[in-house]
Design a binder for this molecule. Sequence first.
Ligand SMILES: Cc1cc2nc3c(=O)[nH]c(=O)nc-3n(C[C@H](O)[C@H](O)[C@H](O)COP(=O)(O)OP(=O)(O)OC[C@H]3O[C@@H](n4cnc5c(N)ncnc54)[C@H](O)[C@@H]3O)c2cc1C
Length: 439
Amino acid sequence: MSEWTIITNKGFSSDEWEGRPVIEPADILSSKVEIEHIEKSQLKLENDFQVETLKPFLNYLNAISINFPLHDGRGFSLARRLRQLGYQGILRLVGHVVVDHYRHAIQSGFDQIAISSELAKRIPESHWKQQIHASKYSYQAKLRQNGYDKSMNGFQIKTVNNIQNSNLATLAFGNVKVTKVLHWTDQLFSFRVERPKNFRFRSGQFAMIGLPGNNGKPIFRAYSISSPSWDDELEFYSIIIPDGSLTSLLQHISVSDNVILQPKATGTLVLDALRPGKRLFMFASGTGIAPFASLIRDPETYEKFEKIIITHGCREIKDLNYGKSIVDAIGKDPLIGEFAADKLFYCPTVTREEFHTKGRITDLLETGQFFQNFHLAAFSPDTDRAMICGSIEFNDNIKTILGDVGLNEGSNNHPAEFVQEKAFVGYSNKDISGPSGLF
Ligand SMILES: Cc1cc2nc3c(=O)[nH]c(=O)nc-3n(C[C@H](O)[C@H](O)[C@H](O)COP(=O)(O)OP(=O)(O)OC[C@H]3O[C@@H](n4cnc5c(N)ncnc54)[C@H](O)[C@@H]3O)c2cc1C
């Protein structure tokens, strides 16, 4: 009988890996073993191994175990990195794991835990089952289903030769069904659509969405995806421009309608474009909150930063409602709430109504009132990182402020201290208002 008891989401089970040959990373990296052998083996990893070196072999590996010594949680981040690199096989945590670790293990991407039979006698199956029940929800499992699923099912690809108004080079697109629409004000609404199985994106990116125009040709516009990358659906937050080509039509969508989604997401507001730091400032005006609504619902943001400060500037209090509802929901969420507790700071400002913090974010930053009101220390270029999303003028002003304190702009290829994306292109005025006066 095996010395190990295996714990999966069904409870205790026997060790299905018994008899599988054991290989070490060195066997793979030195090309000592054939691909066929790799596929049939179980790879044993210590928790300080550089998993990135295994990237070329991850498609062939089906069983990986990570050692978990007492009081050393590095195995969790190793699992997360393996999943982020695209590993889709079974991942097993082996060692001194107790019931309290179960949830974190599953959230990190493990499928199963192996404990010694002796430990299994001390912590019976009923204790584990309680945890299993409480941990049904795993963002890593969803990440795998959504982000790394190789299947093309469910997303009908069509090709056209001439898409008017499309800024991206990609020419393939597909219909996705609307599952929810919420109107927040007479000028702002959010909607959710089914997520095609092959649609991959990183939290903070944008995609092109569209509708057929009056002449039958599709009209596409860039939209930040406001849901996190692990979500089963895609969420968007939209302005209504009364005579806008797309939003004059899009404002009328309802559940079960189709919108067109181009299959490529892109953008610079991604965590990888920033150098490691301690505080992450997110500066949004108007619908610029959308990419941050995605990032603040992604556990990775909280793994990378100690404090996330999300600022949202609008003209009226009601324009804050979407962002505020997301922040409120995070506090109650059984998964993200745990990550965000004590780390997420919400700093709304309003220009045209009485409010606890009134004025343009840029002015409040320059006078220092922003830091005073929200009890924050002033900028420090060594540890602060930032993301900006607003009108062109808003972005330029914040960029100047950040530049003055020594933060440099980065990109996907050259990570630095801050990144920016325009929330829209076109008209702006001194009040940082769109034509419909939202900011
Ligand atoms: C990278 C990127 C991401 C974007 N993400 C979003 C998003 O998440 N949500 C969203 O509503 N829009 C977003 N936009 C703007 C979006 O692409 C469209 O411009 C918007 O949906 C209006 O489309 P339209 O055809 O009705 O009007 P358009 O003809 O595109 O715009 C008409 C005018 O309306 C103003 N305008 C456009 N969008 C906005 C806005 N969001 N806020 C204030 N004024 C605006 C501009 O002055 C523009 O010249 C994004 C734009 C870019 C470049």
